[in-house]
Ligand binder design. Structure first.
Ligand code: NAD
Length: 391
């Protein structure tokens, strides 16, 4: 830590924060990264890791690996940020449960705070989801799905199981017809139908995959062409789509749903993957409440086109923690991270030139500095460039 440099504290280690860290020039700032997960997770391959097509280790990159390649040291704390104090420019951090030490809360000061804490799974308060369902967001979720999936198949292969129990165990249900649910249903199908046939030939034909969606169609935010293509493909692959079907409760072995005709039905399942979208984290909610006049969006932090938090200009936010006109995808977050790294470099140069101009410079020198200042005075806003809908 160089006391002459300003300190940027980065919260999170997802798409936005990691691409920021990769590009930020440590010549100009001290950097501290705080995240409860000390690695970056390549999320597009998370579904494949649940079925063993890729190894979880191969889709993880330690943050210390990223920081090791910088010209100056970056401090990395594996901890959770529990509170932000914008007035005193500090954050409170707490050790993650796995490496708890005696004094568990500490404060870290910042000059600039860059917030990339993402979002968390939403359950819409449906009872039983946390207890019996599996999310698909973190590495631990992929491990849980893998274990449940294999337990279902092995249990179904045990002698003496009734046909109804085998049917239930081999019924894989995905709730939510957004990009996550659709991608996962397709991945599961490839594994169960292609790979399972080799290892459990007697069970392969008994496997059933269903997707439950509350709205009239899957992928509501995508084009009609893509919706039709997906529905047609799933039909061919024997994946049943239940649209206009709302899950009301999750029980240990069955779902309670409201069917399109408003009747209440139960659907027995072996594996349940819950993919009904995201909601804000408690840290983001807390920050929203601190700026009631400017933070008026329920879906995330409101920032301007330079990613400055509305209401507090020393805090920046990007990725899924924000509510912007862009979709909450890895592609957007990663471009935002790159942009913000460039922004901070320009900000440093601009501030340094401003300082020089305040000093009494000679006429010629002043003219030179003024010219340089003109070039960096205006920082361009973020512009997103779309490269396809794959991640
Ligand atoms: P989503 O919000 O896009 O979809 C969730 C779906 O669940 C909705 O259609 C909703 O109607 C349904 N739902 C909610 N409650 C329900 C209930 N009780 N019963 C039945 N259905 C219910 O969420 P997502 O798929 O997790 O995606 C989140 C964001 O991440 C999206 O913006 C998505 O585009 C993005 N994403 C992109 C990719 C990609 O680009 N490849 C992959 C994954 C996610």
């Amino acid at each position: 830590m160089d006391p002459d440099k300003k300190t940027i504290v980065v919260l999170g280690s997802g798409w936005a924060s990691t691409s920021f860290l990769k590009d930020i020039d440590t010549k100009y700032y001290n950097l501290i990264v705080i995240s409860p997960r000390n690695y970056f997770l390549f999320t597009p391959l998370l579904p494949s890791s649940t079925v063993g097509t890729v190894d979880l280790k191969s889709i993880i990159e330690p943050i210390r690996f990223t920081s090791r390649h910088k010209t100056r040291d970056i401090k990395v704390y594996e901890a959770e940020c529990t509170r932000i104090d914008p007035e005193n420019k500090t954050v409170m951090i707490k050790d993650v449960p796995s490496n708890k030490v005696k004094e568990s809360e500490r404060s870290v000061s910042y000059d600039y705070l860059v917030l990339g804490v993402g979002a968390r799974n939403s359950t819409f308060g449906v009872q039983g989801v946390d207890r019996y369902g599996c999310f698909l967001k973190e590495a631990k979720d992929a491990r849980k799905i893998h274990n449940r999936l294999m337990a279902c198949v092995e249990n179904a292969a045990l002698p003496g199981q009734s046909p109804e129990e085998i049917k239930r165990l081999l019924h894989m249900v995905i709730v939510g017809g957004g990009a996550t649910g659709i991608e996962y249903a397709a991945e599961l199908h490839d594994f169960l139908i292609d790979d399972l046939r080799t290892w459990y030939p007697e069970l392969a034909d008994k496997v059933k995959i269903s997707l439950v969606e509350a709205l009239p169609s899957v992928l509501p935010q995508f084009s009609q062409k893509l919706i039709k293509y997906t529905e047609g493909n799933f039909r061919k692959q024997d994946i049943t789509i239940h649209t206009k079907t709302m899950v009301k409760e999750v029980r240990e072995k069955e779902l309670v749903v409201k069917a399109p005709d408003d009747s209440i039905e139960t659907i027995p399942y072996g594996l349940l993957v819950w993919a009904t979208g995201n909601t804000t984290t408690p840290l983001v909610n807390d920050l929203i409440q601190k700026f009631p006049e400017t933070q008026t969006h329920k879906k995330g932090l409101v920032v301007d086109d330079w990613m400055r938090l509305k209401g507090c200009e020393d805090i920046y936010a990007f990725g899924d923690a924000t509510a912007t006109r862009y979709a909450p995808t890895g592609q957007v977050a990663s471009q935002q991270g790159k942009y913000l790294a460039r922004y901070f470099k320009q900000l440093y140069i601009r501030q340094a030139l401003e300082e020089q101009l305040k000093k009494g410079l000679g006429e010629k020198e002043k003219e030179k500095v003024e010219k340089k200042f003109e070039r960096v005075k205006e920082i361009k806003p973020f512009h997103y460039s779309h490269h396809g809908s794959l991640w």
